[in-house]
Design a protein around this ligand. Structure first.
Ligand code: GLU
Length: 416
């Protein structure tokens, strides 16, 4: 895996393209290329067998010029500091491109949650929370779920943080269980947002969704909810994958049944009526819409050269490398970039935070309507920018986002 590009280098290359276009001065470029705060913490955890294991955790607050830092926490064996820096950087642009009043952050713990018991995960989460407790908070930095973390992990964070502070502070994280002040609609929000972006992208490209086909790489929270919701709009799911492999059916796969099968057996592989294909084959299928919804560096230059999809809608963060972007742009593939396509999660996180701070509860319908308006408006703002300035869609999104963050920094001025 070491031959894969460094995600933070990718993020910096993207930033450079946008800041050159915006003609930002060197000082501003330097501010934007450096995270504001990086925390590295060691987490001793008593494992079920009685031994103590030390995990490494990170929290990166990339930029908070536009508001409190915001971003999820990832539990994964491949977490590195540079990955967390890249993800925190992308959160900054994501919140800016959809114009919600947050900066960007991300956290990660190097661990393999699939091999850990619930008790081990709880003790690790509580220790991680204690280690970063002085740096997070409802007006400072608000964590949320990301890869292999969920509402239960958020509940443990709320409890630990609140015990340390002496009173209940549910608004310290978003993506909580509904019983603790989580927002209705948050669990499906990222996939729903990707589906709205796909619908709008189909509209502007004249693609008839009723006759379209799509493939999803990564059948986790984002990919599965996306597939279920998009299927309702007409297109046929022909392939899906997870970390165990990919499945394909020319006739189409029922997205809901596929999720039930995965929940029962642990994987999409073996779903009746499908044949097993490789991950690369999935990414290069002759489909209308491809949704990478797993991890970074999926669509490399080599993969991009074989991509046959008309449209790529990025459910994951950073799935496409800058070198692959050049290939896709040349081939005329319509890309809805990650910071826009997968922003539904953080948009509903923002709605959760607003509900918590105002002691309000909105119906699921109200939340979904607000999400739809926010992400659809952002999609069209990015599309307009790309048409008017003749920019590749990712560049257009970054130009809008980076421009907004740079404006905020300029207006705040430099302390002291
Ligand atoms: N982890 C999600 C993301 O990458 C959600 C972040 C949030 O809700 O703060 O966008």
């Amino acid at each position: 895996m070491s031959s894969l590009p460094d995600p933070f280098e990718n993020a910096l290359k993207q930033l450079e393209i946008a800041s050159d276009y915006l003609k930002l001065d060197n000082g501003m470029k330097e501010i934007l290329s450096n995270p504001k705060r990086i925390l590295t913490v060691s987490l001793p955890v008593r494992m079920d067998n009685g031994e103590v294991k030390v995990f490494t955790g990170y929290r990166v607050q990339y930029n908070d010029a536009r508001g409190p830092a915001k971003g999820g926490i990832r539990y994964h064996p491949a977490v590195t500091l540079n990955e967390v820096k890249a993800l925190a950087c992308w959160m900054t642009w994501k919140c800016a491109v959809v114009d919600i009043p947050f900066g960007g952050a991300k956290g990660g713990v190097v661990c393999d949650p699939k091999t850990m018991s619930a008790g081990e995960l709880e003790r690790m989460t509580r220790r991680y929370t204690a280690a970063i407790a002085d740096f997070i908070g409802p007006y400072r930095d608000i964590p949320a779920p990301d890869v292999y973390t969920n509402s239960q992990v958020m509940a443990w964070i709320v409890d630990t943080y609140s015990q340390l502070k002496g009173y209940m502070i549910p608004e310290v994280v978003t993506g909580k269980p509904v019983s603790l002040g989580g927002s209705l609609g948050r669990d499906t929000a990222t996939g729903r947002g990707v589906a709205f972006c796909t619908r709008e992208a189909a509209k502007v490209n004249g693609l008839n969704l009723k006759e379209a086909t799509f493939a999803v790489q990564g059948y986790g929270n984002v990919g599965s909810n996306y597939a279920i919701l998009l299927q309702e709009l007409g297109p046929k799911l022909v392939a899906a994958s997870d970390s165990s492999g990919a499945v394909y059916s020319k006739k189409g796969i029922d997205a809901k049944q596929l999720l039930e099968y995965k929940e029962k057996t642990g994987s999409v592989v073996g779903f009746p009526g499908t044949e097993k294909i490789s991950d690369k084959e999935l990414l290069q299928l002759d489909v209308d819409i491809l949704c990478p919804a797993a991890l970074e560096n999926t669509i490399t230059k080599e993969v991009a050269e074989g991509v046959r999809a008309k449209m790529i809608v990025e459910g994951a963060n950073g799935p496409t490398t800058p070198e692959a972007d050049k290939v896709l742009e040349e081939k005329g593939v319509f890309v809805v970039p990650d910071i826009l396509a997968n922003s539904g999660g953080v948009i509903v996180s923002y709605l959760e935070w607003v509900q918590n701070l105002n002691r309000m509860r909105w119906s699921e319908e109200e939340v979904n309507t607000r999400l739809e308006k926010k992400i659809t408006d952002a999609f069209h703002a990015v599309y307009k920018e790309s048409k008017e300035r003749k920019l590749y869609t990712r560049t257009a999104a970054l130009v809008l986002a980076v421009g907004r963050v740079a404006d905020a920094i300029r207006t705040l001025g430099i302390f002291p």
